[in-house]
Design a protein around this ligand. Structure first.
Ligand SMILES: Cc1cc2nc3c(=O)[nH]c(=O)nc-3n(C[C@H](O)[C@H](O)[C@H](O)COP(=O)(O)O)c2cc1C
Length: 216
């Protein structure tokens, strides 16, 4: 049977680490990952994570293969490559994640304005009825952003912004990012152990920080 594939789009919002960690988790799970990174996202990846994926496709492929330690199941396309396989509905995938999703890309998705590969691949997922999970990042959201999200949610797109939870006891940014990525994977029904699930009590013997007792 053919390998199951997911598309991951990283757009130019803060938090590209979420998309990178997500792609890494999907690769570890044995999925084929078709990754596209917008031009603006390349800059933000470099500035926020220190990972420089360069300016050409070849440089990006080499840098990402080193970063993920995987060349076999990772397929990278520039966001300008509208001829890439994922631009067509005839190329079968399980679905797509856009993480993080900028408000510009969100508006394109909500309007079916497929001007780059990430927007086109997401548009394909919508028209083919495939799973689409987006992680919109902005603070605060304007009524325009919220209307775009509602429009997409009404047609089955999962809207999963990086909203922090404190019950799993995250102590580092990596652990908090693990929670965001875990929730994205949950949205697609993919099993993982990236965060500690709520089991009815804090610090349930997992060695995590217990909440401080309040003085009365
Ligand atoms: C450092 C930096 C951080 C940004 N963070 C966000 C963000 O969190 N959310 C957002 O909607 N736009 C953000 N932007 C603006 C987008 O990058 C811009 O709207 C861009 O056109 C998005 O294009 P893309 O979605 O095709 O990558 C940021 C820009 C910069 C330079």
């Amino acid at each position: 049977m053919a390998k199951k594939r997911y598309i991951v789009g990283i757009t130019g919002a803060s938090g590209p680490e979420i998309g990178l960690k997500l792609a890494g988790a999907l690769l570890e799970k044995g999925f084929e990952v078709h990754l596209a990174v917008s031009g603006q996202a390349k800059n933000i990846i470099r500035d926020e994570t220190g990972l420089d994926i360069g300016n050409t496709k070849k440089e990006a492929i080499n840098a990402l293969a080193r970063y993920f330690g995987n060349r076999e199941r990772l397929f990278y396309s520039e966001s300008t490559e509208l001829w890439a396989p994922v631009a067509s509905g005839s190329f079968k995938t399980e679905g797509m994640f856009v993480a993080p999703c900028s408000m510009k890309s969100l508006s394109a998705l909500a309007c079916g304005y497929a001007a780059n590969l990430i927007e086109r691949a997401a548009d394909v997922c919508i028209k083919e009825g495939r799973k689409l999970v987006i992680c919109p990042r902005e603070m605060p959201f304007s009524p325009i952003h919220l209307e775009n999200m509602l429009k997409l949610a009404k047609i089955g797109v999962i809207i999963a912004p990086p909203v922090a939870a404190f019950y799993p006891g995250p102590r580092t940014i990596d652990e908090m990012t693990g929670f965001f990525v875990g929730k994205l994977l949950d949205s697609a029904g993919i099993d993982h152990d990236l965060y500690r699930r709520w089991d009815g009590q804090y610090d349930a013997g997992h060695g995590k920080r217990a909440p401080k007792k309040r003085k009365l």
